[in-house]
Structures are given as C-alpha cells and as structure tokens.
Design a protein around this ligand. Sequence first.
Ligand SMILES: Nc1ncnc2c1ncn2[C@@H]1O[C@H](COP(=O)(O)OP(=O)(O)OP(=O)(O)O)[C@@H](O)[C@H]1O
Length: 482
Amino acid sequence: MNNLGTNLQEQIHKLTDELNRTSKLAKIFEDFIDSSYDPIFITDKNGYGFKMNKAYTRVTGATKEQLMGKHMNDLKEQGIISDSISMHVLEKKERLTMVQKVNGKELLVTGNPIFDENGEILYVVTNLRDISTLNQLKIELKQTKALADQYLQELEFYHKKDHIISHDGIVANSDKMLKVIDLVQKIALVLSTVLLLGESGVGKELIANLIQKLSSRANQPFIKVNCAAIPKDLLESELFGYEKGAFTGADSKGRAGLFEQADKGTIFLDEIGEMPLHLQVKLLRVIQELEVRRIGGGQSKKIDIRIISATNKDLESMVVRGEFRQDLYYRLNVVPIKIPSLRERKEDIPVLAFYFLKKLNQKYNLNKQLSDAAITQMKTYSWPGNIREMQNLIERLVVTVESEMLDSHHFSFNHQYLSQSLTTEKTLKEVVQDLERTMIMEAMVQYRSTRKAAKSLGISQSTLVKKMQRLGFQQTDYVLHQ
Ligand SMILES: Nc1ncnc2c1ncn2[C@@H]1O[C@H](COP(=O)(O)OP(=O)(O)OP(=O)(O)O)[C@@H](O)[C@H]1O
C-alpha cells in the first residue's frame, strides 16, 4: 500500500512537472508569436480560430474575442474577413498565398499547413503582411513620378520658351514660325524690301518691328503707316507732305510727309492693299527714284528708306482684277514673308496661351492658371482672329472668371450664330455676312467704340470700320439696340 502510495505520488509529481513544462512551453510559444512584428493567425484542422498574436489586432483592429473559437466561414459571412486562406489551405493541403481583407484592411496572407505524423493537417498557420502601406507608397510613388514628369515637361517648355521669347516678345514654338523668324534674322540686315503676308492678327506688325530692331537701322526712324486707317483724302498729304499754301487748310509752313520723316530709317506700310490706285503710282515713283515731291512743291528730295509693307489681302488676285498695280506689286514683293494663321501652327497655342496668361497675371496682379483641358479645347478652335483673338479672349477670361483655374468650359467657343444661319437656305457669303453683322452689332452695342469693339472681336480697328461700311452699318443701328 505504501509502495502504491509512493508510486502514485511520483506519478502526480511527474505529471505536475510535465504540466508545468507544457504551460511554460505554451507561454514561450505565445511570447514567441506575440514578438513577431507581422500578424500571425492560427486555425485548427476544422477551420476555427485557435491563436492570434498582438500584431494581428494592431494591424487589423480585430480582437481575440471576435475571432478565437469562431469558424472562418462565419467570419466571412459576417464580413470581418473577405476570404479565408485557412479554408483554402485545408482544402488544398498545401501552402497558399493570396490577398485578403480583414476589417477592410488589405493584407498579403500566406497560409502554412502543419501536418501530423499521418499527413493530416493539425493547424494552419497564417502570416500576414499589411500591404495597404505598400499600396499607399505605390500611389505616392506614382504621384511623385507624374509630378516629376510634369516638372520635366514644364522645364523643357520654359527652356524652349525662354529661347524663343528672346525675340522681343515674339513667342513661337512651331517649325513654321521658327522658319519665319530665321528668315527675318537673315533679311533684316540686308535691308531688302519686305512684304509681310497673312491673315489679320497673325503678328505681321510684330514681325515688322523685329525686322527693324534687328537691322542696322534700329536707331533710325521707324514710321508706321496704316493705309486703311488714314482717310483716303488725307493719305496723300500724310505720305508725301505738302508745301506752304498747297491747299486750303494746309499748315502755313508746309509739312514733311511720312516718307521724308522716315529718311535714313524704315517705313512700315500696313494694309498696303488699301492704298488707292492713284497713290500707288506715286508710291512706285518713290521706290524707283528714291525721292519724294511734296504736294504743291516743284522740287523732289532724295530719301533713303527701307520699305516694309503688309497686307491680309491676296495682292496677286487684286492685280488680276486691276485693283493693285502689277509694277508696284513686284517692287514691294522682293522678299515675301508669309506668316501662317494660328490654326496652321497649333503647336504655338500652348506657348502663346501661357505667355499671355503670365503677362496678364502680372498686369492685374492675379494668379490665374490654365488647365490642360483648356489648352486642348483651344487647339480645337479655328481662331479666325488669330493671335489677337486669343490674346483678347484670355484677357477677358482672366478678368471675368472668378475661379483661379481657367478650364475647358470657359473656352466653349460659341457657334450659335453659325448654327442658326446654317438651318436656313443661305449662300456661304450670306451666312458669313449674317455672322459678321451679328457679332459686330453685339460688340458695338456693348462697347460703342470701334476701337474697343475691334479689340473684342480680334480684328484691327480699320478692318472693323471697313466691314461696317461694307455691311451698311448706320450709327443708329447699334444706338437703337441699347
Ligand atoms: N508670336 C507672337 N507672340 C506674341 N504675341 C503675338 C505674336 N503674334 C502676334 N502677337 C500679338 O497679337 C496681336 C496682333 O498682332 P499684330 O498686330 O502684329 O497682327 P497683324 O497681323 O499685324 O494684324 P492686322 O493685319 O489686323 O493688322 C498683337 O497684340 C501682338 O502683340
């Protein structure tokens, strides 16, 4: 009996030791999985939550109470987990990896099966990696890269722009305009007679200025004459001058004409197509003989002038129709320079738009910006008034749009007049005239000044006046519309 008692006591002792060792091991095991920085989750062979570490709660927010002893399929049904890697591992009996969400948090999970000696799964141990931070980093990296690309683009843009802007306020990016500037640089010095051709607002006057600035006559007089703006009956005396007593109302001392004033320098005859035929003969003589005779004067005076002329008219057709002298045309057309319309060089649209925006921001002390979509929208438009129209539109938007960003919807070019006219059976000429009439009327009602109206329409004042005469405008037309 005593022996039996001693044996039992020894057995109990052994068992207690064993139990102590096991619980120590369990504690070590728990400490061990808790020390892992990455979350660990263990399910038993039936798919019930068995163990999880502190990192699991830290990363997912899910607690032991929520998960331990719970079946994975139930947790999935409750939406706590999006899927269960443990269930897939139990089914496939192999290590698997997938992306799974716990409490909405995206995790990269790897489930490892633990087998017994018979090859049956005892547990599935799952390691989890928080990839939301990784994803966030990926997004940030993408954003940084996009920003870097944008800066690079802007840098290239400004690099190019700086190079181009150095041509005295002439901004260009297109090959077509760069070729024009190239040609201008070549001919500026040789003092050849230049004829600038191109639609209204393309920059003919700007190019004329550049030719003058680059020439050896940069410091000599530069006389600009807008042949369309000076009333026809005054043009002759303005150009050629007059002697005292030449006509009633004339200055008693007589006056030098613009040709004489341009002596040793350059004269810019803008809108040369508007020069009346009888003055064309006199102009031809000035160019051929290089001398002028004032009205009422007997003697001619030698002059040394360079002539730059410009027109938006088709002079060749005018010659054919007998509206422009052929000999004068040849004399003026020594070096023709055609300045392309803005729609023929859409690459210039962004550089010009940013250039005008910058200038206007400085002028009005603002910080307006242009969206990419706005630039794209501008590229789709045909710009009949060319650069002048664009400049005016941007100015109008800079001062009227409240938001900092000028966006595509601000550039919704209005074709309503056109669509109205097109619904009726009219000829192209009539449609164009309707459109011109409507737009001019609106501008005149709004501004009541041809200068301001022309500016808003993107045409020169003289073009507007001519159009109004042609369309038979009366002052009462737009005054009555007030
Ligand atoms: N390349 C350019 N860069 C910057 N500004 C430009 C450029 N081209 C034209 N402009 C601007 O556009 C406006 C119209 O240009 P400009 O008066 O030279 O045109 P134009 O062809 O002479 O017009 P018009 O035939 O109607 O007299 C001006 O304000 C000018 O400064």
